[in-house]
Ligand binder design. Sequence first.
Ligand code: HEC
Length: 109
Amino acid sequence: MKRLTVLACVAAMSFGPGHALAVDAAAADALVRKSKCFTCHHKTKEKDGPPFAETAEKYRGKPEAIEKLIKHVTVPSKVKVDGSEEDHETLRSDDPADAKNVVEWILSF
Ligand code: HEC
């Protein structure tokens, strides 16, 4: 009986203290896929661009992250890939809410 209680507590803790961001992960994933972001990014593995999990780690606890990253994924810029400059893709959506959703999704990794 005691053992069951302990298990229940462990289970409860692993679900919390999640953050209360209402991220639509399916929509974010679909838009990122459509925008070809996965050619250079993976959620956890190193590709030409940093893994999203690394970006989430880098910006953890930084309040300016969302605004900065929304700009990064909506304003065209240049990035270095293997020493040569390439265009950094932007999201194929003009809706600012979509960009915010994608950024919050990336930061949730
Ligand atoms: C041509 C390859 C390429 C494509 C396509 C690409 N990225 Fe990137 N991305 C990079 C590289 C390289 C960096 C690292 C740039 C740097 O740190 O200066 C980067 C950085 C980032 C970062 C981290 C920025 C930071 O400040 O740490 C995010 C978030 C990001 N990309 C999201 C996206 C999204 C979303 C898309 C699709 C709309 C996308 N990328 C498409 C190559 C790419």
